[in-house]
Structures are given as structure tokens and as C-alpha cells.
Design a protein around this ligand. Structure first.
Ligand code: NAP
Length: 214
């Protein structure tokens, strides 16, 4: 499958490595395709990995991941809306505000979520919120001592949810829970803050959520 990754940060680079390992074709889209770290990644990942502009990556992907800093999302989406029409857009972003020396806070939450804002900005795309509650290193093959964690997804289009579930399964996720419409992002985005608080409390940054059933 051709996978477009909009963004070139830690998430996009980890997903690129993982998807190339799974024999997909991947393009990262960025404002600066000449970045040194991306040149290195090209050498490492080979001919099925390319780097382009944000628009090129959105155009390339049969499925596209939105993996940009929240404050950049609105502008980036406005540039690539036509290229994303009709496509599944997997939104891994968290609507975070950072203040020096403090844990991040949510920019939105009670009455609307980041996922809903992304879906409203992309009315012709099928937005699925996923992978926002796991650190980038463990998005692919999330194997832990106690097993594979739980991954929650939500979105308005059932077929898009099912396709995302198949891809997540291929990525090594086993317990994938469809929460319903994109408004369930109001539950998923605060979990990111809980993930951060757990990390601060326990001094660990590779943890993940798992729901245990008896
Ligand atoms: N890091 C994690 O483990 C993790 C886990 C789950 C979810 N998330 C979420 O995933 C998203 C990506 O996270 P990240 O850690 O990979 O990196 P990040 O530092 O949050 O975002 C980096 C990306 O945002 C883009 N960006 C930053 N400022 C911009 C601006 N003013 N205009 C346009 N683009 C801008 C950059 O684009 P260019 O390529 O053009 O420079 C870069 O690709 C975030 O929303 C984050 O909250 C992160």
C-alpha cells in the first residue's frame, strides 16, 4: 500500500521505518524535504521510501497519517484538503499546549476535540483517530512484557475504521477497540495527558494502556 505521512517528526519517522519494514511504500511530507535527518533516513530505508512536500505526500498516500504539531494542523490541512478528499486520514495528533516547566495541557476538550476539528476541516475525508495514546517508538510491533496493549480508535465512517483496524493489526496491535464516532476523541486525547502524568510519576516513557478483562 502507498502510505503518506504528513509531518516529519518522531512519529512520522518511526512510522516510516515500521511501514517500510512491512513492505509498504512510504512518502514523508514536510516543508523542508532537504532536511539532513530525512536524507539519512532515505539512505537507510531505500527506494520504497521517499520525501516530498506536504502536498506530494498527501497526494501519494492511499492512506494518509496526519502527524504534525497541533498548532500547525490548521494551516497544513488547508494546504492539502483537495489531495485528502475521499481518503482515510489517520489522525495521531494531540491538541496540546506546552508551557515551560509544566506538563502539557489540552487546547480543546469538553465540547469539542482535536479529532472533531480535523474531521470538520476535512469534510470529504474519513478521519480516524488512532495511535495518539502510545509513544512513537511503540506504534509498530508494540510488544511488552505483559503482552500487547489496547488501542482505541474512533471515526464516523465504519469502512474507514475497519481498514484502519486491518492496518493496525498488521502493525502488531491485537486488542483494537472501536469507540464509535470521531467525538470519542474527547476521551482519547485526555488519555495522552494521563500517559504523560504516569511517565512523570513512574519515571518511564515506554509505558502503554491495557484494559484487562476477566
Ligand atoms: N512523539 C510521540 O511519541 C507522539 C505520540 C502520539 C502522538 N503524538 C502526536 O503526533 C503529532 C506529531 O508528533 P511528533 O512528536 O512527531 O512531532 P511534533 O514536534 O509534535 O511535530 C513535528 C511536525 O510538525 C510540523 N510543524 C511544526 N510546526 C509547524 C508549522 N508552524 N507549520 C507547519 N508544520 C509544522 C513539522 O513539519 P515540517 O516537517 O514541515 O517541519 C513536523 O513535521 C503531534 O500532534 C503529537 O502530539 C506524538
Amino acid at each position: 500500500m502507498r502510505i503518506g505521512l504528513v509531518g516529519s517528526g518522531d512519529v512520522a519517522q518511526s512510522l516510516a521505518k515500521g511501514f517500510i519494514g512491512m513492505d509498504h511504500e512510504v512518502m514523508i511530507g514536510t516543508r523542508d524535504p532537504g532536511k539532513k535527518d530525512l536524507e539519512k533516513l532515505k539512505t537507510k530505508l531505500g527506494k520504497h521510501f521517499t520525501v516530498g512536500t506536504t502536498t506530494e505526500a498527501a497526494n501519494f498516500g492511499e492512506i494518509v497519517f496526519l502527524a504534525v504539531a497541533w498548532h500547525a494542523g490548521e494551516d497544513v490541512i488547508a494546504q492539502i484538503r483537495p489531495q485528502l478528499a475521499g481518503k482515510i486520514v489517520i489522525d495521531v495528533t494531540n491538541p496540546l499546549i506546552f508551557n515551560d516547566g509544566e506538563p502539557p495541557q489540552l487546547a480543546v476538550g469538553h465540547t469539542i476535540s482535536g479529532g472533531e476539528i480535523v474531521q470538520q476541516s476535512l469534510p470529504d475525508s474519513h478521519v480516524v483517530k488512532a495511535l495518539n495514546i502510545i509513544n512513537h517508538q511503540n506504534m509498530i510491533q508494540p510488544k511488552y512484557k505483559s503482552g500487547v496493549p489496547t488501542m482505541f480508535v474512533c471515526g464516523n465512517n465504519k469502512s474507514a475504521i475497519n481498514h484502519t483496524g486491518e492496518l493496525l493489526h498488521e502493525m502488531g496491535w491485537e486488542d483494537i477497540v472501536d469507540l464509535g464516532g470521531i467525538e470519542k476523541s474527547r476521551l482519547l486525547e485526555p488519555l495522552c495527558l494521563l500517559w504523560v502524568e504516569y511517565g512523570i510519576a513512574k519515571n518511564t516513557w515506554s509505558h502503554a494502556f491495557s484494559v484487562l478483562a476477566k
